[in-house]
Write a protein that binds this ligand. Sequence first.
Ligand code: FES
Length: 259
Amino acid sequence: MKVRIQVWRQKNDKSPGAFQTYQTPDLNPNMSFLEMLDVVNEELAGRGEEPIAFDHDCREGICGTCSLVINGKPHGPNKGVATCQTYMRSFQDGDTIVVEPFRARPFPLVKDLVVDRKSFDKIIQAGGFISVRTGSAPDANSTPVPKDDSDLAMDAAQCIGCGACVAACKNASAMLFVSAKVSHLGLLPQGQPERDRRVQAMVSTMDEQGFGNCTVTGSCEAVCPKEISLDFIARMNRDYAFTLIKGETRRAKVSEGAG
Ligand code: FES
């Protein structure tokens, strides 16, 4: 099969960008989308042209770096699948495929299809740790966790932090990502000591980084390659509200004592 790709090319965040069209050579339909870009890049390099810059690492749906918008959809046409696990057989011979970077103010463009998602690292750094000793695997297993909680924590832990939720959201909200990270540790006994501090720190860092609010459109859940549920956003909002109420109650008790 052969396809035409219209790719966003941009030298850096200061220079203007534009779509450029490339015709691929004959492709094996079982080739991944990133392998197709590799083939195009080999041709470009062979002609002395600048290859297309795009992010990738594991190519196994784990690292979350393959952040492309394909035909208007983060990670392309298939539900619950990352770009790196999207195969050319998902398209028709002769198709024109539009490839763009994730677009959101907190993800500034670096080059072509590469954006800077440091804002996500800052959110993780703000709250993503626990202080209790978990020891090695057998010690960790000695802490009983109810099956429902461990299943739910596993669902949340599937988030690969790719940012598709932000790219799909009209408000550039990061709430699906943050809620998955907050819930993952908040559901486990080991995550309890910092639970209040964690949700407050992660939510405020999310706001500081310029992500918008959730208006429950659900586009994040629809494009998430790991199918993280919107329910985690409700869980995070509850956790956040409880920490505020607890803070108010503590302040009221202190002032009562003072009186
Ligand atoms: S390259 Fe790692 S998730 Fe796609």
